[in-house]
Design a protein around this ligand. Structure first.
Ligand SMILES: Cc1cc2nc3c(=O)[nH]c(=O)nc-3n(C[C@H](O)[C@H](O)[C@H](O)COP(=O)(O)OP(=O)(O)OC[C@H]3O[C@@H](n4cnc5c(N)ncnc54)[C@H](O)[C@@H]3O)c2cc1C
Length: 321
């Protein structure tokens, strides 16, 4: 919606996008395949990409034909992202990339992944020497292994990069600027309505259940959730305004994600307490089905996009500035 018309975008405001995203999530619409490319790959390409990269990738993303994955986490590097071990070695006309990425959402169906790699030896400043590369996931030297969640669904994957050649035109932004670029990208990942609306359909279903069978205790707990939701909506909206104005509100985004994911878990806890059920994912009863799905998904809410402890560390630094 917000991208330039020359790439097929609508040149609409970030606030217009916010409204549509919020409605899609509230309705539980199936948005996953396009999510990463629309939310963060596109803005990264617009900010750091070359003209050739924008012309190559943005139009097919707009047409819904090209999906991207995020290649940040590794088996031994999650919260401490600067310790990534995937290496990019310069070679004639490009780079050879070797290493492993893990928890890569939708890597089994994405066409490309933007990987954070170490492109020069580690110096005393551990944030230098990192770069981002666009990797074609259909390359024969890329091996994608789905990982099953406890729900049985394979949402994310491990991606092994076995000396994958990428042309120099696939370096995103400047060599050595990967850390700054990744941090700018994370503000998009942490502040949107997806960080407090994962369990919104369950909240609505709980409202329907309580309408038939309510008391003042249940009323108060439900009312408290709705009040929190409204506050989170206002906070997320104000971060979206800052992003639209070209700022990178990292601390504010971390706050929205920390409070938002707590709220998502609170919805599950309150729903389980007020209307306990035997959890059946395939139940024909909407509330039972949504509660079962939410209980299985809830452990991931505070992990994906940065854990609670890491976010609070970022907020602490922000409060100290
Ligand atoms: C559903 C889901 C989807 C994901 N999708 C992607 C994706 O598409 N791409 C991608 O790159 N990654 C993805 N991730 C990975 C996610 O970003 C990491 O799981 C997260 O950053 C935590 O890293 P870790 O799992 O290595 O845990 P660790 O970093 O090992 O942390 C383990 C625990 O220690 C705590 N801890 C760590 N360091 C500190 C510290 N300094 N101070 C205090 N406590 C600390 C953490 O808070 C956590 O509780 C996804 C994760 C999930 C759950």
């Amino acid at each position: 919606m917000t991208w330039p018309k020359r790439y097929g975008g609508g040149e609409q405001s970030g606030m217009a996008r916010f409204v549509v995203i919020e409605e899609l999530l509230a309705a539980g619409a199936p948005v996953a395949a396009h999510w990463i490319a629309e939310r963060q790959t596109g803005p990264s390409l617009l900010r750091f990409g070359s003209d050739e990269q924008r012309a190559k990738f943005l139009p097919p993303i707009v047409r819904g034909e090209c999906f991207f994955a995020i290649g940040m986490s590794e088996p031994d590097s999650g919260s401490d992202l600067a310790s990534v071990r995937t290496v990019a070695r310069a070679t004639e006309g490009g780079w050879i990339i070797s290493g492993s990425k893990i928890w890569t959402s939708h890597a089994t169906r994405a066409h490309f992944m933007i990987a954070l790699c170490r492109s020069s030896e580690r110096q005393s400043d551990r944030h230098s020497g990192l770069s981002q590369f666009i990797i074609d996931l259909s390359s024969p030297d890329v091996h994608v292994r789905p990982i099953n969640l406890m729900s049985g669904h394979a949402h994310f994957a491990e991606v092994n990069l076995d000396s994958v050649y990428v042309g120099e035109e696939m370096l995103l932004g400047d060599e050595g600027s990967g850390w700054q670029q990744v941090n700018a990208e994370l503000a998009y990942e942490r502040s949107g309505p997806e960080r407090f609306l994962s369990t919104y359909p369950l909240l609505c279903a709980l409202g329907d259940v309580l309408e038939e069978n309510c008391d003042s205790f249940a009323d108060a707990r439900f009312g408290s959730l709705v009040a929190n939701l409204w506050t989170l909506h206002s906070m997320s909206e104000s971060v979206a305004e800052q992003l639209s104005a070209g700022f990178a509100p990292q601390f504010e985004a971390a706050m929205v994600k920390d409070l938002g994911t707590q709220f998502e878990n609170d919805v599950v806890d309150v729903a389980s307490a007020l209307s306990p059920r035997q959890l059946l994912e395939g139940s024909s009863d909407v509330f039972t089905r949504l509660l079962a799905q939410s209980v299985l998904a809830a452990p991931a809410f505070t992990l994906r996009g940065g854990t609670t402890e890491i976010l609070r560390g970022i907020i602490a630094k922000g409060l100290n500035q």
